[in-house]
Design a protein around this ligand. Sequence first.
Ligand SMILES: [Zn+2]
Ligand SMILES: [Zn+2]
Length: 254
Amino acid sequence: MADLVSRRDWNARAPRGDYTQLDSTRGVKVHYTGGRVDPGIVGDHNGCVSLVQSIQRGHMDGNGWMDIGYSFVACPHRKVFVGRGLHHLPAANGAGLNVGHYAVLGLVGNAGLVQPPDGMLHGILDAIDHVRERGDAGKEIKGHRDGYATDCPGEALYAWVRRGAPRPGGGGTTPPETPPFPGRLLKYPPIMRGEDVRTWQAQMRTRGWELEADGAYGPGSRDVCRRFQRQQRVQADGIVGPTTWRLSWEAPMP
Ligand SMILES: [Zn+2]
Ligand SMILES: [Zn+2]
């Protein structure tokens, strides 16, 4: 059951006009703020309230929208702010894409608070349960960047979405242990050598890709990387960065 913050509770401005009715959706698209989020909100829920108000202000006064663009907003305290709410067309997914999915924002950004705390992931999932139970939403959980050119919802939330949006610490199957990202980008040219390369190559072999675990990142590794990235629908640049590294262990086996 979602711990909802009603529009009255967060002192939302009234929408300018009537919402467009949304009978059902295929599911939900997850978003992040795209800007800097003050990490101080983690210790101060009033900061969450101010942030949601300022997002609404930006959407109404800056974008000229009739209301905040999101359907719901999840904060680090496992609270779910009501944005446009159930059965109302959101505005955040991009033109033409709003009829397909509710829009749920997690209050993280590309600077400051970047990693979603567990409470926020629970909040996003509570919002998703809510739209499924009460808003006729289907099973899809996607990122804003699926089908639209944007960084949103950021690396951390997107990797979580790609892993199937698991409940934090929530029993069930434990995912395979992901080794820490080596701290350098694995790429070619020139050929890069090292144990980190060998570790990644060995993991790709266990996923069924054909390449040698020889510790040398050359054209073969780059090509496998590109094909894997395309399969995972992340940018296919042939470079193993933090997201590709994580997906190599955490993405569901096809
Ligand atoms: Zn977005
Ligand atoms: Zn909060």
